[in-house]
Ligand binder design. Structure first.
Ligand SMILES: Cc1ncc(COP(=O)(O)O)c(C=O)c1O
Length: 271
């Protein structure tokens, strides 16, 4: 029989997001539900973001700006980086996928913490690469253990701070030590900062500040959490322009929709 599907799919379980909030309400006969498992904002989006969506809605028949120029420039100003260092994704989720698609080949290894945000391992498996799992120590990423697992086959290391699911942060000194320990020919270093805005510890690593010293660093952030825009799917990556250029080669041109771009710009303006 003709084999239609990639054999790696045999070993993948689809992500179980659970029923929609609307279905859950109907099922349980409740008027209001606060779902904690997806880390959605209980406060909702900024009223300015809602207004921006309304104002943009009549242009829904037009494709969005393929380069998300206004949003990229607004982010660049906020983060004090060049706009060519910023890439937008349909959620940070998509950016993880773009990294995997652009960088991973069969035989590559990716060092990830365990447990961690589940898509890391799935994307690595989808790419035919191998996830090398480093167990957490006392709920924290064990950077010494992760460093020991880096070999010449390592294509990427994924770190998460604050970590999902434990909420622990990587201290900036430890991050700097880890990054410089990767040597002169480092793998990609992905720092997932989806929950960065919820951590106020001044000792915490700041991916954007670390960029000048880390040539292969890709910082991932999102409008889903602090900005309460999870339903619109907007995330962004910040990295050196040569890395962003490679990710743009595998990015679909209209990956972030018009309403999402407008809402994210408005949310950025509403600290
Ligand atoms: C650690 C972590 N990274 C990335 C994401 C994905 O964020 P987005 O909604 O932007 O795809 C999440 C979402 O829950 C997350 O917990």
């Amino acid at each position: 029989m003709r084999r239609l599907w990639r054999s790696t799919l045999d070993h993948l379980t689809p992500y179980e997001a659970g029923p929609s909030l609307e279905a859950l309400k109907a099922q349980l006969g409740l008027a209001e539900i606060v779902r904690l498992s997806a880390n959605e904002s209980p406060l909702g989006p900024s009223p300015r973001a809602v207004e921006a969506i309304r104002a943009e809605a009549p242009r829904a028949h037009l494709y969005p700006d393929a380069g998300a120029t206004a949003l990229r420039e607004a982010l660049a100003r906020t983060l004090a980086v060049g706009p060519e260092s910023v890439i937008l994704g349909n959620g940070a989720d998509e950016l993880l996928g773009l990294i995997a698609w652009a960088a991973l080949e069969a035989g590559d290894e990716v060092v990830i913490p365990h447990p961690a945000f589940e898509p890391y391992a799935t994307l690595v498996a989808l790419a035919g690469a191998t996830a090398v799992r480093s167990p957490l120590a006392d709920y924290r990423l064990d950077l010494d253990d992760m460093a020991r697992r880096v070999t010449s086959r390592t294509k990427a290391v994924i770190l998460c701070s604050p970590h999902n699911p434990t909420g622990t942060i990587i201290p900036s000194a430890a991050f700097r030590r880890f990054a410089s320990g990767l040597g002169g020919d480092p793998p990609l270093l992905v720092l997932d900062e989806a929950y960065r805005d919820f951590a106020d510890d001044p000792e915490g690593a700041d991916g954007i500040a670390a960029l000048p010293a880390c040539p292969t660093l890709i910082v991932l952030r999102t409008f889903s959490k602090i900005a309460g825009l999870a339903g619109l799917r907007v995330g962004y990556g910040v990295a050196r322009p040569d890395i962003v250029a490679m990710l743009n080669r595998v990015r679909a041109p209209y990956n972030v929709n018009r309403l999402a771009q407008a809402a994210a710009v408005a949310a950025l303006e509403d600290r």
